[in-house]
Design a protein around this ligand. Sequence first.
Ligand SMILES: Nc1nc2c(ncn2[C@@H]2O[C@H](COP(=O)(O)OP(=O)(O)O)[C@@H](O)[C@H]2O)c(=O)[nH]1
Ligand SMILES: [Mg+2]
Length: 335
Amino acid sequence: MKLAEQVIAGDRLALARMLSLVENDTPQGRSELDELFPHTGRAHLVGITGAPGTGKSSLVNQLAYAFRHPIDGSSPLRVAVIAVDPSSPFSGGALLGDRVRMRDLVGDPGVFIRSMASRGALGGLARNTAAVAQVFDAAGFEIILIETVGAGQGEVDIARLAHTTIVVEAPGLGDDIQAIKAGILEIADILVINKADRPGVEQTERALRAMLELAKPERIVMHHGRLAVLSYQEEENEAARVWKPFIMKTIALRGEGVQELAQAVREHGEHLRRNGEWQRRELERLDAELQGLVQAELVARWRERVPEETYQSILQQVIKRTISPYQAVVKLLEK
Ligand SMILES: Nc1nc2c(ncn2[C@@H]2O[C@H](COP(=O)(O)OP(=O)(O)O)[C@@H](O)[C@H]2O)c(=O)[nH]1
Ligand SMILES: [Mg+2]
């Protein structure tokens, strides 16, 4: 049996091998992924992002547990975790406490945890993450939790990859202002204030609430490409269609608020499906992935044809101001 078939049949060893092949972007990985791709498109991809130390890893652990053991009578979901955070306890540098947190997940066949090193060229991380998520999707994991550090372009790419994005904040980090700078609020479907046992929760909540109101102007929407003020009736319809990001509080250490968060994630998924938003995000996701792949492929092919010395000598000319960067591009592309 081919590796891809074994993965679809639920073989965990095959899955682990497949993930390595895909993560390292090997030719075999690519061709196995081609086989898997028709079996993807069912999983709910959930991004968890935020500054280091806000409790993302703890929350991901607890969320995985909550999806495995729902208290609202819904059936348990199969959960995959992709930890892109290099400092993640999943990626080897585990402290004892982290191992204890993971204890309840170990040995559960409905859970698979994979950490990814953040090596690779610009954009490579997101690209491989998308591929790794596809492997889990084809293997029948219904929820895929992707943990990323909230800094820079990386997590915006991950947000584009996910159906639902959870932004995690914690009181007292003084990063409320940074959050807007990074445009993180714009990507949040659910805002979580973790460490709600710490002082300063109300302050953080107030700051976030104020920002949310600034970030999402209501009533005025694009209507046939023009800004329009909605009538009352339209407003009602629009309100049903538009998901307003909201704030939830959790104490990941004790699992408090986590079942509610898992429910909110499921509701967001249902909301997207009900309103055709799921399809729209699918389109955006795959469009972004395709564009990323085309860019990477073109650059790789171009790199193969232009020797390093040529590149360096043209770079030197730019440094000396003999030619402009645009002229350099023309030269480099005609090689
Ligand atoms: N007081 C408190 N500490 C927490 C909570 N959640 C996580 N922590 C602690 O915060 C630290 C960072 O957590 P971690 O999950 O590694 O954060 P990450 O860097 O965002 O992944 C760890 O020492 C956790 O034990 C919480 O709800 N309350
Ligand atoms: Mg972490």
